[in-house]
Design a protein around this ligand. Structure first.
Ligand SMILES: O=C(O)C1=C[C@@H](OP(=O)(O)O)[C@@H](O)[C@H](O)C1
Ligand SMILES: C=C(OP(=O)(O)O)C(=O)O
Length: 443
């Protein structure tokens, strides 16, 4: 497959190359997936809700704006977290009506989760997003809404499209093919309790990817009083009912923790991450098993700090279903001394960019040896050199380039500002991380 097109004339960021092991304690902002799920549920709840330490990024700002345009009132209020205000949400009022628009940017959670909410209102909601957003898979949500009796105006099963709601959705049994994204399932489950008859959703097709994210959806729904039966594989039953008002603290984003933890491996250093959740449905929990396979020592201390130590050697690994962690994993594998095989990530071709093609193109551009398979990547050891690393408007491509730059001098990452999709603080946190390096080479 050919590499995705790159954007001409953007800025290149010299990736910090510390030349020695980092030794840092790093805190990361709140989880994108949890913030945007709780925002949706707050919009549907039976009373005011509060999100403590939420993520403030492009994706969460797009979600806030979308819910405001549907009638929710969302205010920033003082909070204790180091990464910005808490959010106070007054839900979308019953009987909300009127035509409106939603900008989805490049946020999968906005383009998939918001249309079923819009279907509950009376009026037409027009959805659009970034240029690449128009190429991300949307057909399953559009077809699902039609299957539920909602009018959707579209040209080709993708953005832009418009949802014409008439104040209620009957719900009931619905069959979809969610093999292109778990977000199709999550989108319908999040709103299913507000359908008159609830929802019995069935997936038919190739396996649903990113199952951890569906487990997260089921978990947050149960927290707010929604009755979910997920006991039969590929079937989810949601009882009709209310979404209870809630007050939650958002966990740190364990996927965005990945590049910082990877820095321990890439530099042979130590990275400590406090506030690691005791239990979590975030896919980033898998770092605790992935990083040891790549050669790190990983310990979770009694005070909930994850400590990752690089041993000086990075080993390749066979890793399945790494979902949104895959670009970070691939960057580490590109620095490994033995080959790696990543499987179960074919659907990354429909992410912010075609991530499989983009990773292969950029790793090979730096002298690496990577190839696409039907459902993943093979990455073999190679001597890398500096040069441009294109990011394709994809935050996780940008951070993958930054990881490689830790070990390889002269890597220049295109448009590092694209990390604002989920972590606007990335450049400054990365500079602080690399400033801890001991350039004499001792750990
Ligand atoms: O529901 C969510 O919050 C997400 C689900 C996953 O989507 P896919 O199933 O499309 O991978 C993940 O990759 C994305 O970053 C966030
Ligand atoms: C795939 C991702 O995002 P989105 O929520 O836009 O799908 C991601 O953050 O890696």
């Amino acid at each position: 497959m050919s590499a995705p097109s790159t954007t001409p004339s953007t800025q290149f960021w010299p990736a910090p190359h510390p030349g020695g092991p980092v030794n840092a304690t790093v805190e990361v902002p709140g989880s994108k997936s949890l913030t945007n799920r709780y925002l949706i549920l707050a919009g549907l709840a039976d009373g005011p809700c509060r999100l403590r330490s939420p993520l403030h990024s492009r994706d969460s700002a797009l979600m806030v704006r979308a819910l405001r345009s549907l009638g929710a009132v969302i205010e920033e209020i003082d909070g204790e977290g180091p990464f910005g205000a808490d959010l106070q949400i007054t839900p979308i009022p019953a009987g909300a009506s009127g035509d409106t628009t939603v900008d989805c940017g490049l946020a999968g959670t906005v383009m998939r989760f918001v249309p079923p909410v819009a279907a509950l209102r009376t009026g037409t909601t027009a959805f659009d997003g970034d240029e690449h957003a128009r190429r991300r898979p949307m057909g399953a949500v559009i077809n699902a809404l039609r299957g539920l009796g909602v009018e959707v105006h579209d040209d080709d099963g993708a953005l832009p499209f418009a949802v014409a709601g008439y104040g209620e959705v009957k719900g009931g049994r619905l069959v979809i093919d969610a093999s292109a994204s778990s977000q199709f399932v999550s989108a319908l489950l999040l709103v299913g309790a507000r359908f008159t008859e609830g929802l019995h959703l069935e997936h038919v097709g190739k396996p649903v990817p990113s199952l951890d994210h569906i487990a997260m959806t089921v978990q947050v729904l149960r927290e707010v009083g929604v009755v979910v039966d997920d006991s039969v594989p590929n079937h989810w039953r949601i009882e009709p009912g209310t979404v209870n008002a809630f007050d939650v603290r958002i966990e740190p984003d364990l996927s965005n923790a990945g590049p910082f933890l990877a820095a321990a491996l890439a530099t042979g250093g130590t990275v400590r991450m406090p506030h690691w959740p005791a239990t979590t449905t975030q896919v980033g929990e898998k770092w605790r098993t992935i990083l040891p396979q790549l050669g790190a020592d990983v310990v979770l201390t009694e005070d909930s700090t994850l400590v990752v130590r690089g041993t000086g050697r990075i080993t390749g690994a066979e890793l399945a279903d790494t979902s949104e962690l895959a670009p970070t994993v691939a960057a580490i594998c590109a620095l490994a001394q033995t080959p790696s095989v990543l499987t179960g990530i074919a659907h990354l071709r429909g992410h912010e960019t075609d991530r499989l093609a983009a990773l292969v193109a950029e790793i090979c551009r730096l002298g690496g040896d990577a190839e696409e398979t039907v459902d993943g990547l093979i990455i073999r050891p190679a001597e890398l050199h500096g040069g441009p690393f294109h990011s394709y408007e994809d935050h996780r491509m940008a951070t993958a380039g930054a990881i490689i730059g830790l070990a390889v001098p002269g890597v220049e990452v295109e448009n590092i500002a694209t990390t604002a999709k989920t972590m606007p603080q990335f450049p400054e946190l990365w500079e602080a991380l690399t400033a801890t390096a001991d350039s004499s080479g001792t750990r």
